[in-house]
Design a protein around this ligand. Structure first.
Ligand SMILES: NC(=O)c1ccc[n+]([C@@H]2O[C@H](COP(=O)([O-])OP(=O)(O)OC[C@H]3O[C@@H](n4cnc5c(N)ncnc54)[C@H](O)[C@@H]3O)[C@@H](O)[C@H]2O)c1
Length: 344
């Protein structure tokens, strides 16, 4: 069987899961090497996954002839540079979200991809989640008629340590978290967002504002064909990892997601208890696996990725407009570049 040789760049929490999936659960892939600026971490993950090669830099990994594709899971601000370097070496790429944290970085990355003629997939893995995928099938089949309202909630569980803000290597809330919902907002509604109005708060943790970030936000959306939407993000929900979405249409509605990890409710004289989802790695375990499998199969068969560079750019443009709206305290237009549509 032909196998796709893959190298993983950045093997922290997310990159490690991707590397595990590639090594153990994707028969058409061969995990060739892992790379991390923390060389010890790369060595340790390589040992755990029983592969020989680990590196400290992408350039070193790209010297490996067996590598056909690179999976990028470094912090947000290093994505664009990683894409540029991997593309210049002629490798196909699966990059975690967001594509970049600035339009200029995103554009440079996409230019490199286009010039090299390689393929780029962005890690919007919710599209691979069975519940979201089933919802999309019904939208596409016209079962809810014309979508009218989009609503999405994304709440992380634990209070992020202040060091996560201080390090300044990830994008603020809209780029790091809400971007998943901005992607769903386009994908499930099959339309483009034209205007956003963001409300944000740091009321329960004012020190977060020193790092240009916020604790929670709601962003109202307006769509090109007239629909409307609302997206809420919150980084410290405490009770669990809570991701839910509604698509309200002219003939029916779809509700995706549940707060419960297991679809069972336990009741007794003491009341009811359920086991709540607590982390993205468990809630979206299938989605991460299906995402990587689909990428590997498409690259092996020289097919375009299912989640494109354009998807990465459009979601980034909504995040940029949301940040602008947050800063100005007024609604903002989503400025769109036509360039991304040329890259598949
Ligand atoms: N799709 C999702 O649901 C999802 C979930 C979590 C994280 N992410 C994304 O994955 C990326 C990584 O997040 P994480 O939670 O694993 O972070 P992390 O901090 O746990 O891991 C990042 C790793 O990258 C390494 N690193 C930093 N700079 C590097 C560089 N220039 N070259 C090579 N390695 C480098 C670090 O040493 C670390 O091991 C982020 O962009 C994040 O937004 C996506």
């Amino acid at each position: 069987m032909a196998k796709l040789g893959v190298g993983v760049l950045g093997v922290g929490e997310m990159g490690k899961r991707h590397a595990e999936n590639l090594r153990r659960l994707v028969p058409e892939a061969r995990l060739v090497a892992v790379t991390d600026v923390a060389a010890n971490r790369a060595r340790q993950i390589a040992a755990e996954l029983e592969i020989e090669k680990s590196f400290r830099s992408l350039d070193e990994m790209l010297d490996c002839k067996e590598i056909d594709a690179v999976l990028i899971a470094t912090p947000d601000k290093f994505h664009a540079k990683g894409i540029e370097t991997a593309a210049n070496a002629g490798k196909n790429i699966l990059c975690e979200k967001p594509l970049a944290t600035t339009r200029a970085d995103a554009q440079r990355a996409l230019d490199a991809v286009e010039k090299a003629g390689v393929r780029l997939q962005i890690g919007f893995m919710r599209r691979y989640d069975p519940a979201y995928a089933a919802a999309m099938k019904r939208v596409e089949a016209g079962e809810i008629g014309e979508p009218v309202i989009f609503k999405s909630v994304g709440r992380d569980k634990d209070v992020p340590p202040l060091s996560a803000y201080q390090s300044n290597i990830n994008g603020m809330l809209f780029y790091n978290n809400t971007i998943h919902d901005f992607d769903l907002a386009r994908w499930l509604m099959r339309d483009e967002v034209t205007d956003v109005h963001a409300y944000t708060t740091v009321a329960i943790r004012p020190e977060v504002a020193h790092y240009g970030d916020v604790v929670a936000s709601v962003v109202n959306l307006k769509y090109a064909r007239g629909a409307i939407g609302n997206v809420e993000s919150y980084v410290q929900a405490i009770y669990g990892y809570d991701v839910r979405t509604e698509i309200v249409g002219s003939k029916g509605s779809i509700f995706v997601g549940s707060i419960e990890k297991t679809p069972a409710t336990f009741v007794s004289a003491a009341g009811s208890t359920g086991i709540l989802a607590d982390h993205f790695l468990s809630r979206f375990a299938d989605a991460y696996l299906f995402e990587v499998r689909d990428f590997v199969r498409n690259m092996l068969h020289d097919l375009p990725p299912r989640v494109t560079a354009e998807d990465g750019m459009r979601a980034l443009e909504i995040a940029i407009a949301a940040e602008e709206s947050h800063k100005q305290g007024s609604p903002c237009k989503v400025e769109s570049e036509s360039h991304a549509s040329r890259v598949a």
